[in-house]
Design a protein around this ligand. Structure first.
Ligand SMILES: *Cc1c(COP(=O)(O)O)cnc(C)c1O
Length: 422
């Protein structure tokens, strides 16, 4: 085995992991296309695009070349008082790509921080427009918006970390997604009752990711947007997971013709190469920060803001979207996921199968030994990592029909084995 593995692991604290009995992480030595190569020579087909980032697969030559070029000239420079071409081009391109007048881009390095910046924008927007009492945020059941303190407070209280950190988090307001007439009335009433104190509603459009891969339709999203506008509450779209084609459109909001006041992007922004995030505001939001008063400025500025390597990767990723048929590939993946995951519906211990774009989720019932499922998937040569109650696939968009069939067959096989033991 690798000589770095055990000595190094003795000093690493793994994410979301009980370290007392943590399963050994698999040592990776290389990635290529949709494959993860392990130190023992085995290759796994990646079913989850490295936490939903690697939309073009690994090591796309265009992204690699762009990052190498950038590394040779300007890897990083601070972003206060200085600016560089990769960031300027990327901001301009994102503004052109996003719907409506979402055209002012604030760069950060992670999704959670992009959401934090959106919250600051929303709260300060109301302060700057003379309504400082509008500070609270509404989020939805099953939401996930990040792991930092402000974003934890916007995650589903049952699935998130609310209880653990109660007392240290801001107290926000959870709502149900208004997916039928009665829930629409309830949502409307909530905004009417609390509107005076609400800064924003935050939503993961169409697909709620880490909170359980729950899906809602475009009408529900459109209703949320319409109700926000009616009650003078800003709408923040967290497209950190759905952005860049995952739901079937470039951005999920497009499907409902919704232009949120603020949108958060990250995960697939650099095609899974380097950490980067963007919080993009509509013109009226940005305009509220223009003033003679210095304290009306947006008070945020990460050290690695707009890292030039990451911006170069993101620009190259957008080039790839322009030159390769990504959305057509997502449409084909959706058809195949629907067809090949459907048989799981009949299995004992399966509650539901849901598919949207290049996202296929099987929700389970009963006791779930997540570690055992994960181990079994790796034995079958696929990288699939169920969490909570869901086994899901979110493959790179470039995956071949054959490799995708291997992934769906593995899901059906592992869940069939589980059904036989129930
Ligand atoms: C992953 C994710 C985040 C958090 O992003 P990090 O880069 O992990 O901080 C926030 N919102 C959504 C919808 C996500 O999927």
């Amino acid at each position: 085995m690798s000589d770095w593995l055990t000595p190094g692991l003795d000093h690493i604290w793994l994410p979301y992991t009980q370290m007392a009995n943590a399963p050994m992480p698999l040592p990776v030595v290389a990635t290529e296309g949709v494959r993860i190569r392990l130190a023992d020579g085995r290759e796994l087909i990646d079913g989850i695009s490295s936490w939903w980032t690697a939309c073009h697969g690994y090591k796309h030559p265009r992204i690699r070349a762009a990052v190498e070029r950038q590394l040779a000239t300007l890897p990083h420079v601070m972003f206060a008082g200085l600016v560089h071409e990769p960031a300027a081009r990327l901001a301009q391109r994102l503004a052109a790509l996003l719907p409506g007048d979402l055209d002012r881009v604030f760069f950060t390095e992670s999704g959670s921080v992009a959401v934090e910046v959106a919250l600051k924008m929303a709260i300060q927007y109301w302060r700057n427009t003379g309504r400082p009492e509008k500070q609270r945020i509404v989020y939805f059941r099953h939401a996930y918006h990040g792991d930092t303190f402000a974003t934890m407070a916007l995650c589903d209280p049952e699935e998130g970390m609310h209880a653990l950190f109660a007392g240290s988090m801001p107290d926000q307001m959870m709502a149900e997604l208004p997916s039928d007439e009665a829930m629409r009335r309830a949502f409307d009433l909530l905004l009417e009752t609390h509107g005076e104190r609400l800064a924003a509603v935050i939503i993961e459009p169409l697909v709620q990711g880490a909170g359980g891969m729950k899906m809602h339709d475009a009408q529900t999203l459109a209703y949320v947007a319409e109700a926000c506008a009616r009650h003078e509450v800003l709408l923040i779209a967290d497209e950190i997971m759905t952005g860049f084609g995952r739901s079937g459109r470039m951005f999920a909001c497009e499907e409902a013709n919704v232009v949120p006041d603020i949108i958060c992007l990250s995960k697939a922004l650099t095609g899974g190469t380097l950490p980067l995030a963007a919080t993009v505001a509509r013109r009226h939001v940005f305009d509220a920060f223009l003033s003679d008063d210095p304290s009306a400025a947006l008070m945020h500025g990460p050290t690695y803001m707009a890292n030039a390597l990451a911006c170069a990767a993101a620009n190259a990723s957008l080039d790839v979207f322009e030159n390769e048929p990504r959305l057509a590939q997502v449409a084909a993946i959706e058809v195949q996921l629907r067809e090949e995951l459907a048989p799981c519906r009949q299995l004992a211990g399966v509650a539901e199968v849901r598919v949207k774009g290049a996202i296929g989720a099987v929700e389970l019932t009963g006791n779930i030994d997540v570690d055992a499922l994960r181990r079994r998937f790796a034995e079958l040569g696929v990288w699939v990592r169920p969490f909570g109650k869901v086994v899901y696939l979110m493959p790179p968009f470039i995956i071949s029909a054959e490799d995708l069939a291997t992934l769906t067959a593995a899901v059906c096989k592992v869940l069939t084995e589980r059904a036989q033991q129930l």
